[in-house]
Design a protein around this ligand. Structure first.
Ligand code: PGA
Length: 223
């Protein structure tokens, strides 16, 4: 055991994660780093489109993302729930309203992430599946900017529940009770098919699959 641990506890591990993963990745890395202090960690945070390009270029060991790509052959394993919710400022007329039909949201304007965002893709798919169009308001490249814009009354948005833990606690944002939401999604651990994982990458993969959910599961939404 000691011998194999020695092999694991060194080298570099290059990880890349969707910008939404940023909200819980540090908690995972803290536990992993304590266990394997000899592994040098690099984490790149970017949007879905850039992650797919990194996979295509075989430029990273492992990727944490919201939806595995279809244009690159990959191994992908779900490791945690990733509910998508509709957010509004607390003073919004729809706050506290039960069972809001999705069609009602087509009348509202939405703060959108950039076109390369997985969150944006998911949001467009949800509306398109019901034959509805999203009224696009501001476009912003960061989850933080989106949340501030919604908070300031510039529109509604759809985000991963992981991004709004603090805002829910302090009631700066509320989750709307919309038909079909929370949308059930998962986080996936992804790497290129056929890639030979280093011992460090294998250790991180095993750690995420076994323990991520216990460390960083999304908060429960109050009824
Ligand atoms: P993104 O990531 O919106 O930052 O691309 C989230 C996802 O892929 O679901």
């Amino acid at each position: 055991v000691l011998e194999s641990l020695k092999g694991v506890n060194r080298g570099r591990l290059h990880l890349a994660a969707a910008s939404t993963v940023n909200y819980f990745a540090p908690r995972l890395l803290a536990v992993f780093q304590r266990r394997y202090p000899g592994i040098g960690l690099q984490l790149d945070i970017t949007n879905r489109e850039s992650l797919v390009q990194m996979l295509e270029a075989n430029a990273v060991d492992l990727v944490l993302m919201g939806q595995p790509p279809s244009r690159v052959e990959v191994e992908s394993e779900p490791f945690m729930d990733n509910p998508l919710v509709v957010i509004a400022p607390p003073e919004h007329p729809l706050a506290g309203v039960a069972d809001i039909p999705l069609a009602r949201l087509a009348e509202e304007s939405f703060v959108m992430r950039e076109p390369g965002s997985g969150t944006r893709q998911a949001m467009e798919r949800i509306f398109a599946e019901q034959g509805l169009a999203i009224r696009h308001g501001l476009q912003m490249t960061r989850n933080e900017a989106v949340k501030q814009a919604v908070r300031s009354g510039l529109g509604l948005s759809v985000v991963s529940l992981h991004t709004i833990e603090l805002e829910l606690e302090t009631r700066r944002l509320v989750v709307l009770d919309v038909e079909g939401f929370p949308q059930r999604r998962h986080w996936f651990l992804v790497y290129r098919q056929g890639k030979r994982l280093s011992p460090a990458a294998r250790a991180f993969r095993d750690f995420v699959i076994a323990e991520a959910s216990g460390i960083a599961a999304p908060v429960a939404l109050g009824g």
